[in-house]
Design a protein around this ligand. Structure first.
Ligand SMILES: [Zn+2]
Length: 459
């Protein structure tokens, strides 16, 4: 185990202490500061965030027509001395705004030093694509948070990393997959081991065989994919002897995935919360299963239906401001997810805590009377379901006010008694007023980016 990781030298004959190249130096200088700032008090962190937010808002006022007109309308003007007091009056930025406003959200001129501008297209889970711009500066922060995640979870960067994420047809096909010398851009800063990848549309059996053959130290994928591979490994007693940790991202982590990974490979899961347009928003605490907001990169708010900040224990919608991306400022952007506000963490970090992250609004169940409720599939409930019948994967789709389709991938056909027991479970979970349709498709419906949601509403 090489810990802490060794910086990657860029100079012949320089071994220790090592000096990385320019890109690595930039990221290392952010990491150096973030090693301190994570321990600051919540108040200190917030004060510094508002210094950075003032710089962002001043830029948006000057160079981004969409934000200028919003700020002008609410009478928020330079030098923005009252920014902190008036922050929550700034209107929410929605996906729809981004689709409709398009170019008026791009900055007219980037300040010196922010670097090149890159664009991405992302569909999110709503299927409506948006185009987003990011500066090189924003990408440096992205790299720094990637490394912070490695450091927090004490990964051996010299180990082998296996990644199953890409769903592009023809990319990293079974059985060979693709092979890279390094863990992507992390190598600019630290020495790393190799990275192997496989297409996420490969079957669970193919992935398990590949995993056992590659025998990596770390396995990174979407939680629902990890789940199907873990189930396959449990059933077929496939061990991956070098595996030390599972890393999940880009979907909501269901609690039973942690149990499954312990059962399949005797390893723990670390999760993080990201989006394509924003980047890292929260990382799992090194000592707990909840998350710390990455406050050096984002200002994250959790608000109730009236837009008021939620208190500890309350669930509300997530609004996020990327404090360093001046190319296309995301100010109070509604990501579409919900979270529960956590109490300050016992680990001592002052970074805000998200106790739980919940799926998108479309994943709420609509009752017959029109009321919308969370379908929280708790660990206990899911465990109970999996005990009833040999269910490998599940997905519930609300088709109408009273109709719900339960889709299962099963190890074998269910018996009459199992079928009946599943129906009883469904009625307990979703309510007796629903008609349940049990279907057994070959595959469950995934979004374009390979994500799978456990509950979908078509109402
Ligand atoms: Zn913590």
């Amino acid at each position: 185990m090489v810990y802490p990781p060794v910086p990657h030298t860029s100079i012949d004959g320089n071994v220790w202490p090592a000096l990385p190249g320019q890109k690595g130096q930039i990221v290392l200088s952010l990491l150096y500061q973030m090693e301190q700032t994570q321990w600051w008090s919540a108040e200190d962190i917030r004060d510094h965030q508002f210094q950075q937010l003032t710089a962002l808002i001043s830029h948006a006022w000057d160079k981004v027509p969409f934000h200028w007109s919003r700020l002008e309308q609410m009478g928020l003007k330079p030098p923005f001395d009252d920014l902190q007091q008036r922050w929550s009056d700034i209107p929410i930025l929605t996906r729809r705004d981004i689709q409709e406003q398009d170019k008026s959200l791009y900055c007219e001129a980037l300040p010196t030093g922010h670097g090149a501008v890159f664009d991405i297209h992302t569909s999110g889970s709503t299927g409506k694509p948006i185009r987003a711009l990011r500066s090189q500066l924003a990408l440096w922060f992205w790299s720094a948070f990637t490394l912070r995640d490695h450091l927090w979870h004490r990964r051996n960067l010299r180990g082998k990393l296996a990644v199953v994420r890409d769903s592009t047809p023809g990319v990293a096909p079974y059985p060979k997959g693709s092979r890279f010398k390094y863990w992507g851009s992390s190598r600019q800063t630290f020495d790393t081991g190799t990275c192997v990848t496989l297409n996420i549309n490969c079957s669970a059996a193919e992935q398990a065989e590949w995993l056992a053959r590659e025998n990596p130290d770390y396995f990174l994928s979407h939680p629902t994919n990890i789940m199907r591979v873990a189930n396959h490994c449990i059933e077929n007693k496939i061990r991956v002897s070098n595996l030390k940790q599972i890393n999940t991202l880009s979907e909501i982590l269901r609690p039973e995935v942690r149990d499954l990974c312990r059962a399949a490979w005797d390893v723990e899961v670390t999760d993080n919360y990201t989006s394509r347009e924003i980047g890292y928003m929260a990382l799992q605490c090194p000592e707990h299963e909840h998350y710390h907001v990455q406050a050096e990169g984002v200002y994250l708010e959790i608000v109730d239906e009236e837009g008021k900040p939620c208190k500890v224990g309350e669930i509300g919608r997530i609004l996020v401001t990327h404090i360093h991306n001046f190319a296309m400022p995301f100010i109070r952007y509604e990501v579409g997810d919900f979270a529960e506000v956590g109490a300050p963490c016992a680990c001592g970090r002052g970074l805000p805590v998200l106790k739980k992250i919940l799926g998108r609004e479309q994943n709420m169940l609509t009752k017959a009377n029109g009321e919308k409720v969370w379908t929280l599939l708790s660990e206990g409930a899911i465990r109970k379901l999996l005990k009833i019948a040999p269910i490998l994967e599940y997905q519930f789709v609300q088709k109408s006010r009273t109709g719900l389709e339960a889709r299962f991938i099963v190890g074998r056909d269910l018996t009459k008694a199992e079928n009946a027991a599943v129906r009883v479970w469904l009625a307990e979970k979703f309510g007796p007023e629903f008609d349940f349709d049990l279907v057994f498709p070959e595959q469950l419906q995934r979004s374009k980016s390979g994500k799978l949601q456990d509950f979908l509403s078509e109402v």
